[in-house]
Design a protein. Structure first.
Lengths: 225, 232
């Protein structure tokens, strides 16, 4: 059965998204899986990692025993200072976001739709929600990349025609990495760009509610070189 | 010069009345006024409204969740009113599910700007965040230069409890690294601002005026964190 084949690891998914970061981009990584993107550092690219708590330009996680207790990223992890780092307060940090200076934000999601909508803050059967800075970032960053499992734990598709859950922002997602491949959001819908090793386009379509566009130059998923 | 230095956190929190609105900064576990929150917890004021990025964590440390768990808070403004992981059932989540506490969920950047609006005499502002989502439903929308925005209003407070790195006796404050977060805007937004201070409070004039994050005119009370205070 197609669904029993090995799938991509989370680090490989995040590495692949990080390969798309361009020189001098300002990058904001969401809490959880997206923070893995910072493990892939291309020495040929100067990236500025922005954290919504006002840290502009942080480096890798601090080694044990060398943590600065005042310096954390959005996930509360102790990160290191890099040359050129600047600190601002929370309102100025989001002023930078709303101005559109963040080139890409990478987030997790419950669902992504073929029109670029995505949902990651509320499950209607539970009261309340967890937005954090996601709505500000999603509405204002130049691009939104999503890293998520292709299906729910129950095996239901997350790549949909339209989101069923309350959305975080409409029409903003540009690229999705799942454990089955890499997908670009186009005006016509999801285009499968790269497939996980061993997975055919038909296998992936079987686990996707939205109709996938299969290009002639479909490639196998690229791993960190 | 008016003496702003209080000898204890309890003395600095003594006049917080039932029904007050308080702001509590902090993000990712740093820049949280834990000593002042502990004093407000001991003081016992009730029917409080809290303004804070989150609604408390599951760790043992004192935070806004300590006041919530004690039943002192009737309403929260926060960017998180549900756990990011369903297993994290905090006291807030339990009480919210039982309708024992009210909450307004606010996108984090909108919350920061609503606080800054209160701090800067702005009546309201338009932001693109939340447009097209259910959080924007019922709010005034406006198209400006081809982009849609929603109208958001300031969040005012009676008290801001803040955590500073350095201060002078006039109340000028400095913060360090990511511990700055919501501290300056909350310190400038509230009617009465109380700061707990990590380093020794120095005489006015010793801090470089060019390196002040919050001018002392906004700050009413200062308490030095003692060696046996809450440090992390």
């Amino acid at each position: 059965m197609a669904t029993d084949k090995p799938r991509l690891q989370r680090q490989a998914m995040c590495d692949r998204l990080a390969m798309e970061f361009q020189d001098e981009w300002i990058v904001n990584l969401g809490v959880g899986m997206p923070t893995l993107c910072s493990n892939y550092v291309d020495p040929d690219k100067d990236l500025v990692f922005h954290s919504e708590n006002g840290v502009i330009g942080y480096g890798p996680l601090a080694p044990a025993g060398e943590e600065d207790p005042h310096l954390v990223n959005a996930g509360g992890q102790n990160v290191t200072a890099v040359p050129g780092m600047a600190i601002v307060h929370h309102a100025d940090s989001f002023a930078l976001i709303r101005k559109g200076m963040v080139d890409v934000t990478v987030m997790g999601a419950y669902e992504v739709a073929e029109n670029g909508d995505f949902a990651n803050w509320r499950i209607p059967t539970r009261k309340g929600g967890g937005i954090g800075g996601a709505m500000d970032l999603a509405a204002c960053a130049k691009q939104v990349f999503i890293a998520m499992e292709h299906c729910t734990r129950e095996g239901q598709p997350r790549m949909l025609k339209r989101c069923a859950l309350p959305i975080t922002a409409p029409g903003v997602v540009t690229l999705v990495a799942t454990d089955l491949g890499l997908f670009r959001v186009t005006p016509q819908g999801f285009e499968l760009r790269e497939h996980a090793p061993g997975w055919s386009a038909a296998d992936i379509q079987e686990l996707t509610e939205a109709q996938l566009i299969i290009p002639e130059d479909l490639q196998e998923f690229r791993f960190r070189g | 010069m008016k003496n702003k230095i209080y000898q204890s956190f309890d003395a600095a929190m003594a006049d917080v009345a039932d029904g007050s609105v308080f702001m509590s900064p902090g993000f990712g576990g740093v820049g949280i006024p834990r000593n002042l929150l502990a004093a407000l917890h001991r003081q016992g004021a009730r029917d409080l409204t809290g303004v804070s990025n989150n609604t408390g964590t599951l760790d043992e440390k004192v935070d806004v969740g300590t006041l919530i768990a004690a039943g002192q808070v009737k309403k929260m403004y926060a960017a998180f009113t549900a756990p990011t992981h369903p297993s994290q059932v905090t006291p807030f989540v339990q009480m919210y599910n039982n309708d024992e506490i009210d909450a307004e969920l606010v996108p984090q950047g909108t919350m920061a700007e609503r606080i800054r609006a209160a701090a800067s005499g702005i009546g309201a502002f338009y932001t693109p965040a939340s447009v097209g989502t259910e959080l924007a439903e019922g709010k005034e929308h406006r198209e400006i230069n081809g982009r849609t925005y929603v109208l958001e209003y300031p969040i005012h407070a009676d008290y801001a409890l803040v955590r500073a790195w350095r201060a002078d006796t006039f109340g000028n404050l400095q913060f360090r690294m990511a511990a700055r977060n919501f501290n300056p805007i909350m310190a400038m937004a509230a009617r009465i601002t109380v700061a707990e201070v990590e380093e020794e409070i120095v005489p006015a004039g010793e801090l470089d005026p060019d390196k002040i994050h919050v001018p002392g005119v906004y700050v009413d009370r200062l308490v030095q964190i003692p060696p046996d205070g809450i440090w992390d």
